[in-house]
Design a protein. Structure first.
Length: 423
């Protein structure tokens, strides 16, 4: 058997038994790789001098070539990336704080606080009958009673409202003979109200010693005319149970009495006629809240109207009212009532009762230097400073903080100074 031509590849074993046919042994395939696709025979003489059939694996060669190209391309890309990185300018920092400037300004600063209140007609004052008899008529709840009109009737006689501060505490009658006329604060109330109702009371001796007006015969005659006019038994004598003295006109609140009840009982409760807001303020925490101060009342549906503090009570209540029950809560801190009235009564028309919020201005600083609070720079050693636009710091003393502004002062702090502030 002739020897194979030189340079011819063969996987045949060096010794072959006579009569046996030879087949090339398949290549071992690793467990993690798929087997090669079937080989493709080359045509005789296509690349061998002796025409021996040779096998080739085109896909395997292409894959190897592609791998080499990828490696070369990766090296080239990496080189380009390194080269470009050396010349690319740096971008902006990832997180840069927004810095703006502000101007130190001279202005007015006001500090305020908002407290809950209740819209109504103010506290209720009980009315207790005096004298004798039984109740024969009562004013109705919600009605307004003014000077000279009756709140109720006792034994079918009107009991009339007078304005004043001193109730009748005795029976007033004209002096007889050389009897000394009666004087006092109750007589002053009668004289003032009759004059206000348009009755001529004659000569009124001056009250030089502060003991009150004098119940003269002329005043008694005016009382008699008034009694006759309103349907009261006209005697010129005025008894304790014939008038009720209150500071002004009233609105009837709750009516407790019934017709036929004895008159010497609590008959009804009355309030002021104008709507007002009552704000309970913790006792000792009402600094800066004074009568006459302007406030803002926020009504339901976020509507705001101007108001005025009309009174600050000096009576400390043992506990505030529970928001749920409206009853006094002994666990709440003691409070005082602040009364607020609207500047325009029509602003509260249609509302008899409602929860509201009242904003009080407690502190006002006029003509101070101020900057936004965000312009303050906390110093490591304590205190604050402002940073000028050139980066230098100027120490400041802070004052009132209000509405995002702060009062500042110190050497070098002037109106118009530009400082940096963080947004």
């Amino acid at each position: 058997m002739p020897a194979p031509a030189e340079g011819t590849q063969s996987s045949r074993s060096e010794t072959t038994r006579p009569g046996e046919s030879w087949e090339p042994e398949p290549e071992a395939v690793p467990a993690n790789e798929p087997a090669h696709e079937p080989v493709v025979p080359e045509q005789a003489g296509a690349g061998t001098p002796d025409g021996e059939v040779r096998t080739r694996r085109p896909r395997a060669r292409l894959a190897a070539l592609a791998a080499l190209l990828l490696v070369a391309g990766g090296l080239t890309t990496g080189a380009v990336a390194l080269r470009d990185h050396g010349h690319k300018p740096p971008g902006p920092p990832v997180s840069a704080a927004d810095v703006h400037t502000a101007t130190v300004a001279r202005t007015d600063l006001s500090d305020s606080r908002s407290l809950p209140g209740t819209l109504g007609f103010g506290p209720q004052t009980p009315v207790t009958g005096r004298g004798t008899g039984v109740v024969t008529a009562l004013a109705t709840a919600g009605a307004t009673v003014t000077r000279g009109h009756s709140l109720y009737r006792a034994d079918d006689q009107p009991v009339v409202l007078f304005y004043g501060g001193t109730p009748l505490f005795r029976t007033l009658k004209a002096p007889a003979g050389k009897q000394t006329p009666q004087r006092g604060g109750d007589v002053t109330v009668v004289a003032d109200n009759l004059q206000a109702l348009g009755y001529a009371i004659g000569y009124r001796p001056p009250d030089t010693d502060g003991h009150g007006a004098t119940y003269t015969a002329e005043l008694a005659a005016a009382v008699k005319r008034w009694q006759q006019h309103i349907g009261m038994t006209a005697t010129g004598t005025l008894g304790v149970g014939q008038t009720v003295v209150l500071p002004g006109p009233v609105r009837i609140g709750q009516v407790q009495a019934r017709l036929g009840d004895p008159v010497q009982e609590t008959l009804m409760s009355v309030t002021a006629t104008g709507r007002r807001v009552t704000v309970p303020v913790e006792a000792g925490d009402d600094t800066g809240i004074k009568a006459g101060a302007m406030v803002t009342i926020t009504l339901p549906y976020e509507r705001s109207v101007p108001g005025t503090v009309t009174a600050v009570s000096h009576t400390v209540q043992a506990g505030g009212n529970d928001a749920g029950s409206g009853q006094q809560d002994p666990n709440s801190p003691p409070t005082v009532d602040v009364t607020v009235a609207p500047v325009h009564a029509s602003d509260l028309a249609g509302l008899d009762a409602a929860p509201v919020t009242v904003r009080f201005t407690t502190t006002t600083r006029h003509g101070v230097l101020a900057v936004p609070v965000t312009a303050l720079v906390a110093l490591k050693e304590g205190g604050y400073a402002l940073q000028r636009t050139d980066g230098t710091l100027v120490a400041v003393t802070t004052g009132l903080f209000a509405a995002g502004q702060v009062e500042v002062s110190g050497p070098g702090v002037t109106a118009g100074l530009r400082v940096e502030t963080a947004s």
